[in-house]
Design a protein around this ligand. Sequence first.
Ligand SMILES: [Zn+2]
Length: 151
Amino acid sequence: MTVPTVSCTNCGKNFTTDDLRGTNCRYCGTLFAHHARAAQQVAVVNQMLADRNGNGIPDAFEGIVANAQANAMNQAFGMNANPYTPYNPYNPHGQPGPMMGPAIQIHNAHMQQVAHATRTANKTVTIAIVAAVLVIMLSFGIGIASMLLVG
Ligand SMILES: [Zn+2]
């Protein structure tokens, strides 16, 4: 009766069952293929579970978590729809009147958030305009200076 033998992929020596208990070839030191594969899989899993910025969320899942949070925010604050006041053609802007309790608070929080976003956007636009004006003035200045120098 012959036991199927496993031989080293590197040096070709046959392994005994004792040899196979190790992780490396007893003769040449090559890492056993099945151990290499397992180590590779462990490395991949460890990589996926690595939390480099230490926020408690594995990096591989941060995109998913961020998406979930964005979706939850959209639903809570109704960026696209208004889940707490159904559309009313006689009150299209959802006047605060009919809203009660937590809904009005959520609505106010939403409005504050929108107002903040609008202020931030305005600031960005203002900075952009100021920067553009400075660039225009600067190029005019260079133009005039070069005209004076050439003329
Ligand atoms: Zn070997």
